[in-house]
Design a binder for this molecule. Sequence first.
Ligand code: SF4
Length: 152
Amino acid sequence: MAEEKKKRGLLFCVCLGICPSFKDTNEYEVLNAIRREKLVDWVGVHPQLCSTDGDEYLKALLSNSNVGELYVAGCDPVMQKKMFRDAFDAAGFDRDKHIGIEVRNMKTEEVIETIKKLSRKEIKRCRKVLPGSYLAKCHPLSAESLRLCEKK
Ligand code: SF4
């Protein structure tokens, strides 16, 4: 049987929904914009990923999963790495497949652009590393995402 293609997911951690750092962001608008362009395979919202139940959520989501890459929009990526480390390890999820995106103190449009830019940057990086064969090998960037990015 053919191996299932790994998927890319984007979670938006809304920091309890009351953090002033997110007061100018409409998280649903952000996620819809990313979905519309099919830059990831799925999106989700969580109120506090760094809490104990946030750990449980990550473990449940990532254990034996087909998630090839997990983007998390929220606080500082370095903080994210530290806070999610145990949950990733418990789930057997490669920590390097987590890409944190700092989106605090931004307006909705800025958040959308930040996430899109990150996708484009990844494409450029992959091209550099894998010239000529990046489309086939550079998981998880899909040909569709690449075409969308090249139009911009
Ligand atoms: S993971 Fe970051 S954004 Fe999410 S609740 Fe914790 S501190 Fe806030």
